[in-house]
Design a binder for this molecule. Structure first.
Ligand SMILES: [Fe+2]
Length: 237
């Protein structure tokens, strides 16, 4: 027997650092937002710490969304997105499953649910999955996504953005969020980004562009660190 008890409750987050949902004009947030608070159930040790080596169960390796094969090159502006997955104390989280999905350069997803008039790019993968290394680091090579309109009556446009999911260190620890590009004018009008009322927390979803002198001329590069919990946590989105 052991007296070890897995934590099942974290200190409440400060006001305004998570999206205020549901979001007006974004139907998914109405259907996905529970009407009642979640039922709290104590976690077991297995649920809090495992399964170990998630990357063995969720095949990783698609970190290049833009060049599928010689001659199969996505249209768009080549970019690299890299960063670190960190715990609330700043320690790296190695072995986390980092998934990314995004629209192509025309603002269309490679998904059957996207029936917009924007063209599909057959050479763009649209999603990738890697696991974080010993320093918590991850890297994707992709293209800058296009903006797209939200199909509601009073339409508005999503700015270029990249969806992220991070699972780890256990399968019950998952953060789903979005990365935005610095300086895009549509950021100011994005209802999802602006549903995070705290401006400092909102900026945690905006990547940092690296100076081209550090990167070279093959692609533009962005750094996007993801903090899983605590006062500096990356907001869900
Ligand atoms: Fe999206």
């Amino acid at each position: 027997m052991t007296d070890w008890q897995p934590p099942n409750r974290w200190p409440p987050l400060p006001e305004g650092v998570q999206p205020a949902v549901p979001i007006d004009g974004y139907p998914n947030t109405w259907t996905f937002t529970p009407a009642s608070p979640p039922y709290s159930r104590p976690l077991t040790r297995t649920e809090a710490t495992g399964p170990l080596e998630l990357w063995r169960k969720l095949p990783c390796g698609d970190n290049n969304l833009a060049v599928l094969a010689p001659g199969k090159i996505a249209l768009g502006q080549f970019i690299r997105i890299s960063g670190r997955i960190l715990g609330e104390d700043g320690r790296p989280v190695p072995g986390a499953i980092v998934e990314l999905w995004q629209a192509n350069t025309a603002g269309r997803y490679a998904h059957s649910h996207d029936d917009s008039k924007a063209p599909v790019d057959p050479h763009f993968l649209g999603h990738g999955r890697v696991f974080s290394d010993e320093t918590g680091g991850y890297t994707f090579f992709t293209i800058r996504p296009g903006a797209y309109p939200v199909p509601v009556k009073d339409t508005w446009w999503r700015p270029p953005h990249v969806h992220f999911s991070v699972v780890g260190p256990s399968s019950l620890s998952r953060l789903v969020t979005q990365m935005y590009f610095p300086g895009d004018p549509l950021n100011d009008w994005d209802r999802i980004l602006n549903s995070i009322h705290n401006p400092t927390a909102r900026m945690r979803l905006v990547a940092r562009q690296l100076h081209p002198a550090e990167v070279g001329d093959a692609f533009l590069a962005y750094q996007f660190d993801i903090v899983l919990r605590g006062a500096l946590a990356t907001p869900e989105a």
